[in-house]
Design a protein around this ligand. Structure first.
Ligand SMILES: *Cc1c(COP(=O)(O)O)cnc(C)c1O
Length: 466
């Protein structure tokens, strides 16, 4: 043990005094002292174990500064999504357009009319900002919006089927994203699940024979994240509508994603349109605001007025209510939906989904032409490669979108490059397919290019800044 070295460790007060002023403004003495103490302890231990044989006061000071900087660094930050998964649940789901963020910034940085009616000068209702718009766009009679679709499901079940039975096909008892399971939500909402049919086949007669006086709801769940293929049969919504109405029981469908623009011309079919479900006579629909709808985290509940009015009176609504930020984003996103072609151009999720393979290939060419020379200086090769992108967000699990990207070649191992890419100031998320490190450009925009090229250089140089 080196006692001389231990004695050389500066005093707390000296370090506090020498710390640059901006730290003293940002942190109070409690946090400063705690951090200094932590670093001093680390030094003491390293000296005692012989790991440190000599040091300067400035070494200690720089450790303290790194530690303090780390405290106010955020792990929640922008990334570059090279996975080609447009609605990536782990990467923030739907991207919000810059135009919308610019438009709502004054509302968020000032007071606003969240619950104020400027006509009467009295209290307003937050849901009214969007109700007419979503009804005009989908054809629903009434609408409500809550914190997310999981809350929407809870609220519908709790309002219309508390202490009553809810009939659901066995093939639709889904789990979404690990934490949302239809049977569990059912239990939490105090309604009783009645499973009918089998995993692969459910017939109308299965529903019919299960209806009795304590049936509160017929429920359909869009099996958004998986598909049962082969020998299957499920009951069409239109048949269920008839059965429900004959028995005066509401029919509710949890749509999950909430697609409003018909994407079949772009090769994306098989996802029901919200307005078609309304047209088919389904009484209540719920769907997420940040999946295919392309807005902020929220859950829409739309449908027949008599049911929506009941839901609006449920006390749980207060616990599930949407916040002003999400509501503002949803309101502006709805403004983009009055023309499908306008929506497809302006809502980032839809814009990325309708990109043709050729358009993505052009984007890739532009990247390669611009940066090939620069990257080759670091012995990095970038080549165009055909890829398959995905919708994500649990929507359209089998749909693969022909896409295009780059593969990165370098003498370092792919796994090392991949993990270094994630360590860049703007983390870059890549995929390894068939022993190739690939970045899909469906989900990478030209505004990412500068950071992307910097990140690639950073990753091959061992994950440290040049
Ligand atoms: C995604 C999804 C949910 C949950 O929606 P959140 O907005 O994530 O709460 C519920 N049901 C279905 C069918 C879904 O696809």
């Amino acid at each position: 043990m080196n006692n001389n070295l231990l004695r050389k460790i500066p005093k707390m007060d000296t370090l506090l005094n020498d710390l640059p002023d901006h730290y003293k403004v940002r942190f109070d003495n409690i946090h400063l002292k705690k951090t200094i103490e932590k670093i001093l302890n680390q030094f003491r231990i390293q000296i005692q174990s012989g790991q440190i044989e000599t040091f300067e006061n400035s070494d200690i000071m720089s450790q303290i500064r790194i530690e303090l900087d780390k405290m106010i660094d955020s792990t929640f930050k922008r990334v570059i999504n090279g996975t080609g998964i447009v609605l990536h649940t782990n990467l923030g789901r739907a991207v919000i357009s810059e135009a919308i963020i610019a438009e709502i910034t004054p509302l968020m940085t000032h007071y606003n009319t969240l619950e104020y009616d400027v006509e009467t000068g009295r209290r307003g209702i937050r849901y009214q900002h969007i109700e007419e718009k979503i009804c005009a766009i989908t054809g629903a009679e009434a609408a409500l919006i809550v914190n997310n679709n999981a809350a929407a499901v809870m609220l519908v079940l709790n309002t219309l089927a508390q202490n009553k039975e809810v009939i659901v096909s066995r093939g639709e008892l889904v789990e979404i994203g690990g934490s949302f399971r239809v049977p569990d939500v059912m239990k939490a909402s105090n309604s009783k699940l009645v499973e009918v049919g089998t995993t692969n086949k459910t017939h109308l007669k299965d529903y019919t024979s299960s209806i009795h006086e304590n049936t509160g709801l017929l429920m359909k769940v869009h099996t958004s994240n998986y598909k049962i293929l082969g020998f299957t049969s499920s009951v069409e919504a239109s048949e269920l509508v008839e059965l429900a109405h004959q028995n005066d029981i509401p029919l509710y469908e949890d749509l999950g994603s909430g697609l409003i623009v018909d994407l079949s011309p772009y090769g994306i079919a098989d996802e029901p349109l919200v307005q078609d479900s309304i047209k088919n006579g389904i009484d209540i629909l719920s769907f997420s605001g940040d999946k295919l709808f392309g807005g902020a985290q929220s859950g829409f509940i739309i449908g027949k007025k008599r049911y929506i009015e009941q839901i609006k009176k449920n006390q749980l609504l207060r616990a599930f209510r949407i916040d002003k930020f999400s509501l503002a984003v949803i309101d502006r996103t709805l403004n983009d939906y009055f023309s499908p072609s306008y929506a497809a151009k302006h809502i980032p999720t839809l814009r990325m989904l309708v990109l043709s393979k050729q358009e993505i290939e052009d984007k890739v060419s532009k990247f390669i032409t611009t940066y090939k020379k620069r990257l080759s200086l670091s012995n990095i090769s970038v080549t165009g490669v055909e890829t398959f992108a995905e919708v994500g967000g649990g929507a359209l699990p089998l749909e693969k979108l022909a896409s295009y990207g780059i593969k990165i070649g370098h003498e370092s191992s792919l796994n090392t490059i991949q993990s270094n890419l994630r360590k860049f100031t703007v983390p870059i998320i890549s995929v390894i397919i068939n022993d190739q490190l690939v970045l899909d450009f469906r989900t990478i925009s030209e505004s990412d290019f500068d950071d992307l090229v910097g990140g690639i250089e950073f990753a091959v140089s061992g994950g440290s800044n040049a």
